[in-house]
Design a protein around this ligand. Sequence first.
Ligand SMILES: Cc1cc2nc3c(=O)[nH]c(=O)nc-3n(C[C@H](O)[C@H](O)[C@H](O)COP(=O)(O)OP(=O)(O)OC[C@H]3O[C@@H](n4cnc5c(N)ncnc54)[C@H](O)[C@@H]3O)c2cc1C
Length: 181
Amino acid sequence: RDALDRGLLRYCPICDGYEATGQAIGVIGADTHGVAEALFLRTFSDRITLVAHEDFELEACDRGALEEAGIAVAPSALDQIEFSEEHVTLRLADETELQFDTIYPALGSDSSNALAQQLGAELSDDRCIVVDTKQRTSISGVYAAGDIVMSLDQISVAMGHAAIAATTLHNDLRKRDGHTR
Ligand SMILES: Cc1cc2nc3c(=O)[nH]c(=O)nc-3n(C[C@H](O)[C@H](O)[C@H](O)COP(=O)(O)OP(=O)(O)OC[C@H]3O[C@@H](n4cnc5c(N)ncnc54)[C@H](O)[C@@H]3O)c2cc1C
């Protein structure tokens, strides 16, 4: 919590990447998530290092994209994280120490979709709820909004979805009750 408050640990580059502009940034996670997040953050800083949280062989195309963007790849996997007043030190399995102004874990996330599964709502490949343009799910009378609908996890997106869902719900109920206008 303390590291979060001091901006040493960050979770969402879409939310606060600009606050890390020009900083030495460590991105933890070496699979598709890690590579994508490191490339996303490259817009904000040219001092980015991808650090694998476990032994991992990068795909050739990912390694090429990182090289082209000037993103460093740590020589071995992460062993320990230490937060000081102003820096984050990552100790690697080969005993290398890397110092950063901030770190972003990019380890993916799980969707809390148990309720949707119980209802039998259609889910997408990334475990989100499939909706139409009016936020209707595949179950009649059930609407969905926010992170569970699409993976651009932002408050503004969730609120937009909610406004659309509430209006559709209102109109669908009116239609159900026989109103034609
Ligand atoms: C660390 C962090 C920082 C972030 N920073 C920003 C930021 O700066 N700006 C920004 O725009 N966005 C930010 N986000 C993203 C933002 O928090 C989400 O996009 C937003 O909260 C989505 O709202 P939601 O209502 O869809 O989901 P949530 O806020 O996750 O709400 C869903 C709720 O449903 C509950 N729930 C789930 N399953 C069940 C069930 N079966 N029964 C009952 N309840 C259930 C959950 O407990 C939760 O309370 C951040 C996210 C994180 C994790």
